[in-house]
Design a protein around this ligand. Structure first.
Ligand SMILES: C[S@@+](CC[C@H](N)C(=O)[O-])C[C@H]1O[C@@H](n2cnc3c(N)ncnc32)[C@H](O)[C@@H]1O
Length: 333
């Protein structure tokens, strides 16, 4: 699906396009990787399986919950500092990884359009329907914008933007980077570094480490429980599975030593599971858990050090007034 995207100037007149529909599902949702992670001890499922159409809608609902402070706090920071960010980077092509419905992104885009005029914005997401909603959200607030939706993984999306000419701001909001395990984060930072050039920017929204009570409240609401259980529904649909949602319960806790929240699904009875399309069966004991997501809770300095190893230098960071969440701007050295 590689094409020549040439950034703001050359994109004039081409306001709305979604590409990537030709990438086969098997490339995006790798059954072999799922079988491997379900065969390990402890068993796990990649958090990509949260985001079918139902899961994406549930995530939007979660973002509006009182206890889920992440959405509000990031929006608060963007509302206050988007213009500052646009001022620091100057005119750039905007590329977002895991855009979701891009509701908060409208604040950033507004600032760029107001400060620099016509802006090019590419949104990468695994879910096509959410990209359509992102386009609606973005284009309803801005007319001076060229929108490119890329249906794909972070990796296929980053491969797509290597053909973009001119300065860029890559960004990833919603603490999405916090869902990645060390090897996934390493992969992402390597790919991001090679897709960008010296002088380009990378803006990352990330949740900060905090009290267990606040963290566990955020990930144990009714919507969080439903969202987690729906991962099984997604697996049943995609791989002809026979998970019975009534035989699992949601468990989310603060793993203090690893500085992260973890969501799991616990088997409430011994059972055998068959994923027909993958020709894969396995047995779960009563009480056995399948980990469905990690959510890193970071210290800003440690995060800066990690990014430094990939040639991303911290330019500046901003937090909300209660210091719950941070938006960090890095520049490629
Ligand atoms: C935590 S949500 C954040 C959404 C939005 N950025 C926000 O701040 O509200 C993560 C988003 O990344 C997408 N996503 C998850 N895993 C992905 C992957 N491996 N490749 C591409 N997109 C992915 C999901 O569909 C979802 O929209």
């Amino acid at each position: 699906m590689a094409r020549n995207h040439t950034g703001p100037a050359a994109a004039t007149g081409n306001k709305y396009e979604i590409i990537g529909a030709d990438v086969p599902d098997e490339t995006l949702f790798r059954g072999d990787l799922l079988v491997a992670s379900l065969s390990e001890s402890p068993r796990s499922v990649n958090s990509i399986y949260y985001y079918d159409d139902t899961g994406s809608l549930l995530f939007e609902r979660l973002c509006k919950e009182e206890t889920y402070y992440l959405f509000r706090t990031e929006r608060e920071i963007l509302a206050e500092y988007s213009k500052t960010i646009a001022g620091i980077t100057g005119p750039v092509s905007l590329i977002e990884l895991g855009s979701g419905n891009a509701e908060k992104t409208t604040l950033l885009i507004d600032a760029y359009v107001e400060t620099h005029g016509l802006t090019f914005y590419a949104a990468v997401d695994i879910n096509r329907s959410i990209l359509e909603r992102a386009a609606e959200n973005i284009l309803s607030v801005s007319s001076d914008l060229n929108f490119l939706g890329v249906v794909g993984t972070y990796q296929t999306g980053l491969a797509e933007i290597t053909s973009l000419v001119g300065p860029k701001l890559l960004f990833c909001l919603g603490s999405t980077i916090g869902n990645m395990h060390d090897d996934e984060l390493d992969n992402l930072l390597r790919s991001a570094r090679s897709a960008l050039s010296p002088g380009d920017y990378f803006l990352v929204g990330i949740d900060l480490d905090k009290e267990t009570e606040i963290l566990e409240a955020a990930y144990n609401s009714q919507t969080a429980i439903l969202t987690n259980l729906c991962v099984l529904q997604h697996l049943n649909w995609r791989f002809s599975g026979d998970f019975d949602l009534f035989h699992f319960r949601h468990v989310a806790f603060h793993n203090k030593s690893l500085h992260r929240m973890e969501s799991h699904l616990e088997a409430m009875r011994a059972q055998s599971i068959n994923l027909q399309r993958l020709k894969f069966s396995f047995h779960l004991e009563e009480g056995e858990m399948i980990r469905t997501e990690i959510m890193r809770k970071v210290q800003i300095n440690e995060f800066n050090d990690l990014f430094f190893d990939y040639e991303f230098l911290n330019v500046k960071y901003w937090t909300d007034r209660n210091q719950k969440y941070a938006l960090i701007l890095f520049k490629v050295s």
